[in-house]
Design a protein around this ligand. Structure first.
Ligand SMILES: CC(C)(COP(=O)(O)OP(=O)(O)OC[C@H]1O[C@@H](n2cnc3c(N)ncnc32)[C@H](O)[C@@H]1OP(=O)(O)O)[C@@H](O)C(=O)NCCC(=O)NCCS
Length: 220
């Protein structure tokens, strides 16, 4: 196995059909709803450099793509698929880490989210720092939610005015990451100050103990 993960381009148009078919067949096997994608749409994502492809030499092994919403305030990672021949060896994790790093570089201010029913994806997202959130924290662009119309659960989503469904929403907010880093820095600063204070206290304590001992000696 010689798997390479790349940003897909026009050179990879030939894989679009197989990607769609694999996504569709996997949804049938899982018995879950899925938003259907067309090969044309996948090719458009390749044009935009918003598609990530895993290839075993020239064989299709995995895929995921990016969509931007609300003028780039939100970015979603969708259509994650690993070909059945390559499952269970950590490929989804590699693809998700790749697309996450790529997105962070390309759109550093964007909130990154996903909606999923899959435990594997939830695990990977958590590892990357995503938090489970209600749909109200995700994009409210109706066009995004319309993408779910080919999912078998779409009527549930509609009946809840796009506020909830069977998928779990997960969000990575770069501002949370910054807060976390600030806290870590603050904590390490606090630790330094405390260590320094303890040293000073220790010296003062030894000094005052010596003074006390000396004064005791003098009075005897
Ligand atoms: C879900 C899918 C992408 C996982 O791909 P994969 O390459 O086999 O996953 P990985 O080997 O990278 O596993 C990542 C983690 O998820 C776990 N995992 C993988 N498949 C799982 C499953 N079906 N159920 C529960 N956990 C699973 C792994 O044990 C691993 O956890 P760990 O880090 O604790 O070891 C793949 O099975 C697939 O393409 N399924 C069909 C499409 C799909 O469900 N896409 C997601 C739609 S949101």
């Amino acid at each position: 196995m010689n798997i390479n993960i790349v940003v897909a381009t026009e050179k990879h148009y030939q894989y679009a059909e197989e990607i769609c078919e694999t996504i569709y067949q996997s949804a049938i096997v899982r018995g879950t709803g899925i938003a259907k994608r067309t090969p044309e749409y996948i090719q458009k994502k390749m044009d935009q450099r918003q598609a990530i492809l895993a290839l075993d030499d020239s064989k299709f092994a995995g895929f995921c793509y990016i969509e931007k919403w609300q003028n780039g305030e939100f970015v979603v990672h969708s259509g994650l698929i690993v070909h059945p021949d390559y499952r269970g060896v950590g490929l989804a994790k590699k693809i998700k880490h790749f697309i996450f790093d790529y997105t962070r570089k390309k759109f550093p201010e964007a909130k990154i989210f996903g909606i999923t029913t899959g435990l594997a994806v939830m695990k990977i997202n958590s590892e990357l720092g995503y938090k489970p959130v209600p749909f109200s924290e995700l994009t409210d662009d109706p066009e995004f939610w319309n993408g779910c119309r080919t999912c078998t659960n779409f009527n549930i989503l509609q009946s809840k005015q796009n506020k909830m469904c069977l998928c779990t929403g997960m969000l990575f907010d770069p501002k949370d990451k910054k807060k976390e880093m600030d806290n870590t820095q603050k904590n390490s600063f606090d630790k330094k100050v405390i260590t320094q204070l303890n040293k000073i206290k220790e010296v003062l304590h030894i000094k005052s103990k010596k003074d006390f001992d000396n004064s005791q000696i003098k009075t005897i």
